[in-house]
Design a protein around this ligand. Structure first.
Ligand code: HAS
Length: 557
């Protein structure tokens, strides 16, 4: 499909800008592993301190890059499947808000006035500009969604009786969930944190800000994941040379995310004293529930890949795994998808460990948790972002992909890096290694009385993983930016590899209508968060800001 110039520019800018910032995100990620491994015993390097770097790493990689990609991929999938462009006001206003918000965030983080990490709840305090910038980024993504809804209604009128395309359903589920779950964080940021940061209020209810953050913070991880799932269901079967095993199963998986993603945020707060055991048990059960659509995805996508392998003549139970199109330059996307899936097997299983209340007590706040989430967000999420961004940049700009061989190697190298990094973090976490701690100042510094020799090998493996990931990122940047700087050789188009269904399936009306699922979603949110809110107000209160950012380590002698 050909597209207008302003739409094309918006899409390309929406890929280029966050990818440029991602260089800074990657640099600060590598630095984290160097601090942790005790190679340097300093609180800052090149003018960026440990927490500032960690904040830059988390905000750029996990909030900025992911949100821009969700919006740009949304533009591309919606336009491709509905054969329409969203209204110009929607994509332009959306992009302006997101860019301004991101620049505000980047400015305050670089200036050192925002270092409350990507989880930005109290008692750590950021500059008001950071809170407002983050709110603008989120509001910008809502505006893009509004434009898609408008063209969807037009399409429906013009195509009576036609099913909502699967990729459109996935995108709408994702942004509906995103809209619902960003309301509490918008309230937190605009009504509680910004006035507090401006000094207009001096009291703050810390458990309340944490709860409002996690009401958003957990659906946020599925907001990262669903674009990858859309790609796995609608693009991967084609690039693997197979067919989608079941479209109905894919629809059901998306709709289950809609109802189960938001009410599970309390599982990040199993150690929070204000919630009752009843709330924690309920949320633990719901969390096992939210793993079901991923298990379904493992089955549906696995079956689609098996079909592709068997079509190439595979025999035996697992022979299909060896017949998939690995390392094919012309089909480079496959590597990004399969490496993400492989990492996600372990990322998902470690998530289930976290969800079990009693096991969570052992791993919470240890480096196990970043070990888990690097195999999810730096696994399927990031690899799909990298592969698909390169693909979209090339098709929408009309430029050939440069350094294809490098781009083809990247996901495999990245996967090895993440596996090492996460293994080091998780093994260390099981021995109590803390997260979010500059261990180079203490635990991995032989000159410190807090030195712990058991955490040296694990944090060293983590650092080696970080270097391998850094090398993969460097190869990717060479290919991406060389492509962006290349000459236009073809027409600019929106085009996606499109799946075919393996079976002609029965139409199930419940899977075609989002309304009942939205209602159940709201009921489950109320059922979880009304008791949680009652507990917050019963067992905590706003207090004068008595919190100082002081490491307990500094208090020893
Ligand atoms: Fe998580 C903490 C539980 C999924 C991200 N998670 C985090 C944090 C992040 C994060 C960022 O219950 C830390 C936040 C912070 O800073 O404090 N998580 C889960 C559970 C799942 C889960 C149950 N998490 C994710 C995803 C994320 C993500 C997805 C990002 C994208 N997580 C938790 C809990 C905590 C937590 C607690 C709090 C910990 C604490 O105490 O602080 C589930 O959704 C996972 C289900 C996934 C599966 C895997 C399915 C496998 C597939 C691949 C199949 C492979 C094929 C290939 C087909 C069941 C789909 C085969 C072919 C071959 C050739 C081999």
């Amino acid at each position: 499909m050909t597209i207008s110039l302003p739409y094309k520019r918006t899409i390309l800018f929406g890929l280029f800008m966050p990818m440029t910032l991602f260089i800074l995100g990657v640099y600060n990620g590598i630095m984290q592993t160097i601090y942790q491994a005790g190679v340097i015993h300093r609180s800052s390097v090149a003018g960026i301190n440990y927490y500032q770097g960690l904040t830059l790493h988390g905000v750029i990689n996990a909030i900025v890059l992911t949100t821009f990609f969700a919006v740009v991929f949304g533009h591309v999938t919606i336009s491709y499947y509905l054969k329409k462009e969203p209204p110009r006001w929607s994509y332009q206003i959306s992009m302006i808000l997101m860019v301004v918000g991101t620049l505000m965030d980047a400015f305050t983080m670089l200036a050192g006035t925002s270092e409350a990490l990507y989880t930005f709840y109290a008692p750590l305090k950021d500059s008001p500009l950071f809170y407002i910038g983050t709110a603008l980024l989120i509001i910008g993504s809502w505006v893009a969604f509004a434009g898609w809804v408008k063209i969807w209604f037009e399409w429906r009128k013009e195509n009576p009786g036609k099913k909502m395309p699967l990729a459109v359903l996935g995108t709408f589920v994702n942004f509906t969930m995103w809209f619902i779950s960003t309301l509490p964080v918008a309230y937190e940021v605009l009504v509680i944190l910004t006035p507090w940061s401006l000094g207009w209020t001096d009291h703050i209810n810390v458990p309340l800000t944490r709860m409002l953050f996690w009401m958003f913070g957990h659906p946020l991880v599925y907001f990262w994941l669903l674009p990858a799932y859309i790609a796995y269901y609608t693009i991967l079967p084609k690039v693997a040379g197979g067919k989608l095993y079941s479209e109905n199963a894919a629809r059901l998986a998306f709709l289950l995310f809609l109802i189960l993603s938001t009410p599970v945020g309390v599982h990040h707060q199993f150690s929070e004293p204000v919630f009752t055991p009843g709330t924690k048990l309920w949320v633990s059960i719901l969390t096992f529930g939210v793993a079901i659509p991923s298990f379904m995805t493992a089955f549906t996508v696995g079956a689609s890949l098996e079909y592709a392998g068997r079509k190439r003549g595979a025999r035996g139970l697992f022979g299909w795994m060896g017949k998939l199109p690995y390392f094919q330059k012309e089909n480079f996307l496959f590597g990004y998808f399969i490496c993400g899936l492989i990492l996600f097997i372990f990322g998902g299983l470690s998530g289930i460990v976290n969800a079990s209340y009693s096991l969570n007590q052992m791993v919470h706040n240890t480096s196990w948790v970043p070990g888990h989430f690097h195999m999810t967000v730096a696994g399927p999420v990031l690899l799909v972002i990298l592969g698909v961004s390169l693909y979209i940049y090339s098709t929408v700009s009309g430029r050939e992909i440069k350094f294809r061989t490098l781009a083809t190697i990247v996901p495999y190298l990245w996967m090895i890096g993440v596996a090492l990094l996460s293994h080091g973090m998780m093994a260390g976490g099981l021995m109590g290694e803390p997260r979010r701690t500059n261990m180079g100042l203490t635990y991995t510094n032989p000159d410190s009385e807090l030195f712990n020799k058991h955490w040296v090998p694990t944090s060293t493996i983590t650092m080696i993983g970080g270097f391998v990931m850094g090398a993969a990122a460097l190869l990717y940047f060479i290919s991406f930016f060389a492509t962006a700087a290349g000459k236009k050789t073809r027409e600019s188009i929106i085009e996606l590899p499109e799946y075919e269904e393996l079976h002609e399936e029965k139409t199930i009306p419940l899977l075609l209508n989002m309304k009942p699922w939205i209602i159940v979603s709201v009921i489950l949110i109320l059922f979880t968060y009304v008791p949680a809110l009652i507990s917050v107000f019963k067992y905590s209160a706003p207090v004068k800001n008595k919190f100082q950012v002081e490491s307990p380590v500094n208090l020893i002698k």
